[in-house]
Design a protein around this ligand. Structure first.
Ligand code: ADP
Ligand code: MG
Length: 283
């Protein structure tokens, strides 16, 4: 049984096979959709009522008490920022806003504007207070964006729930973040195509047999615009506050924790092939 729904700014699909009656499977998928919508309501930077929306609105002003999920995910996000030396930075939002990639008003800002915005991008200025589970951004104008990690986190949560509900075979695709459960119903391994980032959806550069649970890709094809033959995409280098330009078009990684892979593929993309491979080896 399969279900598709919109959340996290993208279409998400869950397919399960189970010995459960169809009615129970349908209910389970409905609950998983609801769970994703709840996570989106908590974590979206686009919703003013979300935890992230409230933290951003109070930047430089006041700390905001948040849900345990938000607090935990922010802790993870900061730890990935630390291990990647800031290539992954959850305070990237002002730079994403500056470029307006994925919106109608997309534009190429001046270098000077990027340099100015860079002063706001610094994960070290996120203050977490465990005593009252609150979050505070030090400077006015700073803003969080968990777009590089939230889908991975949601994927892990949903996969675990499905397993707890006796699903023995399944696949999820949350906008390029893929998770599997068990093997296909015919007993063979899951084989996942990797999107060619420069071609239409469904054109693959190759495929991988997935022996681990998750496969995550970060590429130039998800959100971008083209001006004067240059592709401006949504993966922003925190050091320049411009779309990362290292020659890398797409990064794919497999493992068991989709959240970690989501953050890491974003970081690897920013670092580029040489630094990225070194970083991946050293971890
Ligand atoms: P996708 O959302 O296309 O699957 P990613 O997981 O790589 O791809 O996340 C991209 C999103 O992450 C961007 O849309 C933006 O919200 C955010 N982002 C962009 N650059 C960075 C960065 N350097 N560090 C953390 N998050 C980023
Ligand atoms: Mg990511």
């Amino acid at each position: 049984m399969e279900k598709g729904f919109y959340a996290f700014g993208t279409m998400n699909y869950i397919r399960i096979d189970s010995v459960m009656p169809a009615k129970a499977q349908k209910l389970l998928l409905q609950n998983m959709q609801k769970k994703c919508e709840e996570l989106d309501d908590l974590l979206s930077a686009f919703k003013s009522e979300s935890d992230i929306g409230k933290i951003n609105a109070n930047a430089g002003k006041a700390k905001v008490a948040v849900d345990a999920v938000t607090f935990r995910l922010l802790k993870y996000a900061i730890s990935y920022a630390e291990t990647s030396n800031g290539a992954f930075d959850p305070t990237i939002r002002p730079a994403v806003e500056l470029w307006k990639i994925g919106k109608k008003e997309e534009r190429i800002p001046e270098k000077r504007e990027c340099q100015e915005i860079k002063k706001l991008v610094n994960y070290k200025e996120i203050r977490l207070d465990a005593a009252n589970q609150s979050v505070f951004l030090e400077q006015p104008g700073q803003a969080l964006d968990l777009g590089g990690i939230a889908k991975g986190y949601a994927g892990d949560v949903i996969r675990n729930e499905l397993i707890d509900n006796d699903v023995t075979s399944g696949i999820m695709n949350f906008g390029g973040t893929i998770l599997t459960i068990g093997k296909k119903t015919d007993g063979t391994d899951w084989k996942i195509g990797i999107q060619n980032p420069l071609q239409e959806r469904g054109a693959f550069i190759g495929s991988v047999i997935l022996n681990q649970d998750a496969l995550v890709t970060s590429g130039v094809n998800e959100r971008f615009f083209v001006k004067n033959g240059i592709r401006y995409h949504h993966l922003i280098d925190p050091y320049t506050c411009e779309p990362a330009c290292t020659g890398v078009l797409s990064v794919t990684a497999a493992g068991d924790c989709a959240m970690g892979l989501d953050a890491i593929t974003t970081a690897l993309f920013i670092l580029g092939a040489e630094r990225g491979i070194r970083f991946a080896r050293d971890r």
